[in-house]
Design a protein around this ligand. Structure first.
Ligand SMILES: NC(=O)c1ccc[n+]([C@@H]2O[C@H](COP(=O)([O-])OP(=O)(O)OC[C@H]3O[C@@H](n4cnc5c(N)ncnc54)[C@H](O)[C@@H]3O)[C@@H](O)[C@H]2O)c1
Ligand SMILES: [Zn+2]
Length: 368
């Protein structure tokens, strides 16, 4: 078991990474103060696989608890589902010291987190991610929220959890494609800030894909440490540093949107986005071709896409979505571009013609 401390201006919390943490929930609950009640917000799939283990820990903790089921996947992040959580909290007369546990993937974490942020203006929140994405990314950093019919993540709040528990044994049941897609975010962290993590994934890819617990513990802890550090220095994305976590995401979001969020998993779109950002950087002479290739080779070995010859994107649709993206300032496009493995810089003067060139280059077979 390893613990990280996230120290923010107004608050501080721990991220605990290990095995069998959910069964020991009683010990962790004690740290959060004198709760009388707990609402576990989860969804059917994560619950059918792992809720019994969490309940063991809850029973040992002798708190009264209720389990609340959200729709699975992205459907969880709706105003309707959020209202149902509020109603459950109100019906059960939750008070400000009572605890909300988000037990699921990033979807559950986002909506349950937003409910915790807003019900009675804030309940203690315990994030227990059951997907690799949740453990390496979404449970850390305090971004919570829901989607609107008009767009993703349009309503939300920064609200830090009181504790994050990342029990890697929960990841054993993830389908291969989920694991692979989330691995894109881990490789992303390696490319932006942690060359050692990148090398670790290169070396231990087979163990990671086989859900070997030692390997998972290593990548979850390393990714969490980097994200926590970035968040500590730029909690609310006001100083630019937090933006580096968006590496691959400006292109990635545009690819996802151009496919109406069907087809590509988020992590797969991010992998394509990383390939695109690396190419753009290389075209500017900022990144050595050897580093671009090394990044892409790892993504491909992991089973992630790096070019889209088979994906049938319409270039103009991708561009249109990119222009709608909130990362665009004053007509120029802003991108996080790698300059070496483990290092990135922000360019806010990227022209549309650079973007188009990149899209054309990566739309066909990979250019060595
Ligand atoms: N708040 C943030 O900082 C942040 C960061 C990144 C992503 N996100 C959000 O996270 C969401 C995506 O999260 P996700 O990738 O975890 O997807 P998800 O929550 O949709 O879960 C993916 C799938 O895995 C299943 N699942 C969950 N746990 C499982 C387990 N242990 N074994 C087997 N299957 C399991 C779920 O039923 C679901 O079908 C998006 O809504 C995205 O916007 C938020
Ligand atoms: Zn992402």
């Amino acid at each position: 078991m390893r613990t990280l401390q996230v120290k923010l201006i107004e608050t501080s919390y721990s991220i605990v990474v290990g095995r069998g943490l959910v069964e020991k929930l009683d010990r962790f609950l004690k740290r959060l103060g004198p709760a009388r009640k707990v609402l576990v917000v989860t969804e059917r799939r994560a619950a059918s696989l792992h809720l019994a283990r969490l309940e063991k820990g809850l029973r040992k903790g002798k708190v009264s608890y209720q389990v609340f089921f959200l729709q699975g996947g992205e459907g969880a992040k709706s105003a309707a589902e959020l209202s149902r959580i509020y109603a459950a909290l109100a019906r059960n007369r939750f008070e400000r010291r009572d605890i909300l546990i988000a037990f699921g993937g990033g979807g559950v974490g986002d909506v349950a987190g937003f409910a915790a942020a807003t019900y009675l203006r804030g309940l203690p929140l315990l994030q227990i991610g059951t997907t690799l994405l949740a453990q390496v990314d979404s449970s850390i950093g305090g971004k919570t929220g829901i989607n609107l019919p008009e767009g993703k993540n349009l309503v939300g709040a920064f609200y830090q959890p009181s504790l994050v528990l990342s029990d890697v044994t929960l990841l054993k049941t993830l389908p291969r494609r989920e694991l692979t897609a989330s691995l894109a975010e881990v490789i992303k962290v390696g490319v932006i800030r942690d060359r050692e993590l990148f090398q670790y994934v290169e070396k231990n890819l087979d163990s990671i894909l086989a859900a070997d617990l030692t390997a998972l513990e290593h990548i979850v802890f390393s990714s969490a440490r980097i994200k926590a550090g970035v968040v500590e220095r730029d909690e609310k994305e006001t100083r630019g540093e937090r933006m580096i976590l968006n590496y691959g995401h400006t292109f990635g979001h545009a690819f996802e949107a151009a496919q109406d969020y069907r087809g590509l998993r988020h992590g797969e779109a991010v992998a394509l986005g990383m390939a695109a950002a690396a190419r753009l950087s290389r075209n500017r002479g900022w990144l050595r071709p050897a580093d671009e290739m090394r990044q892409n080779r790892l993504l491909e070995r992991a089973g992630l896409p790096t070019h889209w010859n088979r994906l049938a994107f319409k270039e103009d649709r991708v561009i249109r979505h990119m222009l709608l993206d909130k990362k665009i300032k004053g007509g120029k496009l802003r991108f996080v571009l790698p300059t070496a493995l483990g290092r990135v810089r922000i360019a806010d003067d990227v022209t549309l013609s650079e973007v188009k060139k990149t899209l054309r280059e990566l739309g066909g077979k990979q250019v060595p």
